[in-house]
Design a protein around this ligand. Structure first.
Ligand code: SIN
Length: 327
C-alpha cells in the first residue's frame, strides 16, 4: 500500500512512522481533576501536566515522544496570545525532520476553533492531532488515556496530514468537527461530512481522502496579539433586537458574524442593525445556528459552510491580513 492518502474505504496497515511525536499540552478536562473519583462534572480543568498525562498511558512509554506544556487553561478561556504561541510551537516542531506528527491536548469546549485556526494558518503536511476528553483524569472510567493513545497512533500513521481531532475512536477534520453534546464521551461529530476515519486497536482505518489546503502562513498571526481585530458573534432569534449590535459598533467592534436562523434568515430588527454596521464599513458574515448543513442559495458569503465559531476565526484571519496590508 502506498504511503500517500488512499481513496475511500481502505485500511491502513498497522505500521507507524519511526520519528518523534511531540505532545503539546494546553489543559482542558483531559488534564482535569476532581476531589472524588466518581465525579465527572464537579472538577477543575487543566490541573495535570502533559507529562502526567503521558505517564498515565504505559503503552506510550517505549515510543519516541516529547512532551511540552504550552499552556494550562480551561479552553473556555482560550485567547489570542495562547493561539499565537501554540501555532508558533506547532510550526517549529513540524519543521524538524525527526518529527512525524504533533498531538495537542486541549479542552473540548473550543477545540473546534483552535483546530480551524491551525488548519487555516498551517495546513500542515504532517498530522496535527487535537485530543481531548469529556471526563477528568480522576474519573472512574476516564476517556483521556485512550483518546491520547489513539491520537498518537494517528500522529504516527504514514500519510496522515492536516489538523484533525481524535475523540472516542473517531477522527474528524478541522473543517467539519463540532462538539455536539454536553456530556457524552462521544460528544464530537463531523456533521454531513462524517469522520475521516476511526482508530481501532492502534490502527487508523480511513474512510475518505484527507483534506489538503493552502496555508495562510504563520505571519498572519501578528506577535502583538493586543492588536488583533475584535470580532464578535451575534445570534438571530425570536424577539431579537438591534441594540446589541449598535452597542458593539459603538464600542469599536471590527467584525461581526451572525448566527442566522435556518438557511440564513435574520430577524428584521437585527437585520436592520447589521445593515447599519455594514454601511459603517464593518464586515458582517453570515453563518447558521443550525448544527449541521450549509447555507444554500445566492449571495451566501464566505461563511456559508462554517459554524459561527469557525466563521469568527476565519473573519479574524481575514482582518489580520488587512492589518498586515495596512502596515
Ligand atoms: C475545557 O474545554 O477546557 C473544559 C471542558 C472540556 O475539556 O471538556
Amino acid at each position: 500500500m502506498p504511503s500517500t492518502l488512499p481513496s475511500t474505504l481502505t485500511t491502513t496497515a498497522p505500521i507507524a512512522s519511526p520519528g518523534t511525536v511531540v505532545i503539546l499540552g494546553t489543559g482542558g478536562t483531559i488534564a482535569g481533576t476532581s476531589a472524588t473519583a466518581g465525579d465527572n462534572v464537579g472538577y477543575t480543568a487543566a490541573q495535570r501536566t502533559v507529562a502526567d498525562l503521558l505517564a498515565a498511558v504505559p503503552a506510550l512509554a517505549a515510543l519516541p515522544i516529547e512532551a511540552e506544556q504550552v499552556a494550562q487553561l480551561d479552553s473556555k478561556d482560550m485567547d489570542n496570545a495562547t493561539w499565537q504561541r501554540l501555532a508558533q510551537r506547532v510550526a517549529q516542531h513540524l519543521a524538524r525532520a525527526d518529527v512525524v506528527g504533533i498531538v495537542i491536548t486541549h479542552g473540548t469546549d473550543t477545540l473546534e476553533e483552535t483546530a480551524w485556526l491551525l488548519q487555516r494558518v498551517l495546513a500542515p503536511a504532517k498530522p496535527v492531532v487535537l485530543v481531548a476528553a469529556m471526563r477528568p483524569a480522576t474519573a472512574l472510567a476516564a476517556d483521556g488515556p485512550q483518546n491520547l493513545l489513539d491520537a498518537v497512533a494517528v500522529a504516527r500513521t504514514p500519510g496522515a496530514r492536516g489538523v484533525v481531532a481524535v475523540l472516542a475512536g473517531r477522527v474528524h477534520a478541522a473543517a467539519a468537527v463540532r462538539k455536539g453534546h454536553t456530556y457524552r464521551t462521544d460528544a464530537f461529530d463531523s456533521g454531513d461530512a462524517g469522520p475521516l476515519g476511526v482508530v481501532e486497536e492502534g490502527v487508523l482505518r480511513r474512510f475518505s481522502d484527507w483534506p489538503v489546503g493552502t496555508p495562510l502562513g504563520l505571519d498572519r498571526l501578528a506577535a502583538d496579539t493586543s492588536g488583533w481585530p475584535w470580532v464578535e458573534i451575534v445570534t438571530s432569534h425570536a424577539g431579537a433586537r438591534g441594540d446589541g449590535v449598535r452597542a458593539l459598533v459603538a464600542a469599536g467592534v471590527q467584525g461581526l458574524v451572525v448566527a442566522a436562523t435556518g438557511n440564513g434568515t435574520l430577524h428584521q430588527a437585527l437585520a436592520a442593525a447589521l445593515d447599519e454596521a455594514a454601511a459603517a464599513g464593518i464586515p458582517v458574515w453570515r453563518s447558521t445556528r443550525c448544527a449541521a448543513g450549509v447555507l444554500v442559495g445566492h449571495d451566501v458569503g464566505p461563511a456559508a459552510a462554517m459554524s459561527p465559531w469557525q466563521a469568527r476565526v476565519e473573519l479574524l484571519l481575514h482582518l489580520l491580513q488587512a492589518c498586515r496590508s495596512a502596515v
